[in-house]
Design a protein around this ligand. Structure first.
Ligand code: AR6
Length: 176
């Protein structure tokens, strides 16, 4: 296993309860809340999170914005907007990769050393899970190679099936 691969892991659980410096939210362009991960994070963080989100003017697909974590154990929430799956020919792969890259760039800019990602776009936005997992792992792997300060990245999986898939893809990545 390379040093880089050791910085990546997959865990099963609720990202809103994780104790890391920054958690990533799979938000929508309004940044004003929603269901899935977004709902869980806003519920756990409390109403101040929405107050700060209101000041941000939304977020473009593929981009990310950072807020405080308020009631969360995490110090920061990095809100990103994944692409809605439209069949794969509307630039979805590049936009999803951009989400992971922008989140890590923002994390590094705020001296974050540990960060957790949900499986962006794979719920309400319908991105095929296996394809999204390959993009997530490949992008994070490539970006952290240039960001030595980020020492720990966790992929938080909401089911055992998703966890098994991430572990499979991570095991393949060990040889890179
Ligand atoms: N912790 C970790 N993973 C979770 C959690 C949780 N608490 N809850 C769900 N997942 P989704 P999207 C998994 O729909 O596809 C929202 O309404 C879930 O099983 O949360 O990017 C936003 O406001 C799935 O694998 O995000 C947007 O409108 C993955 O997280 C829209 O949904 C992502 O599912 C964004 O859709």
């Amino acid at each position: 296993m390379t040093g880089q691969a050791m910085r990546l892991s997959a865990v099963e659980g609720d990202i809103a309860r994780l104790s890391v410096e920054a958690i990533v939210n799979a938000a929508n362009a309004s940044l004003l809340g929603g269901g899935g991960v977004d709902g869980a994070i806003h519920r756990a963080a409390g109403p101040q999170l929405l107050e700060e989100c209101r000041t941000l003017g939304g977020c473009a697909t593929g981009d990310a914005k950072l807020t405080a974590g308020y009631g969360l154990q995490a110090r920061y929430v990095i809100h990103t907007v994944g692409p809605v799956w439209q069949g794969g020919t509307a630039g979805e792969d590049a936009l999803l990769a951009s989400c992971y890259r922008r989140c890590l760039e923002l994390a590094a800019a705020h001296a974050v050393t540990s960060i957790a990602f949900p499986a962006i776009s794979t719920g309400a936005y319908g991105f095929p899970l296996a394809r999204a997992t390959d993009i997530a792992v490949a992008t994070v792997s490539a970006v952290i190679a240039t960001q030595p300060a980020i020492t720990r990245v966790q992929f938080v999986c909401f089911s055992r099936e998703v966890l098994a898939l991430y572990r499979q893809v991570l095991a393949r990545t060990d040889h890179d």
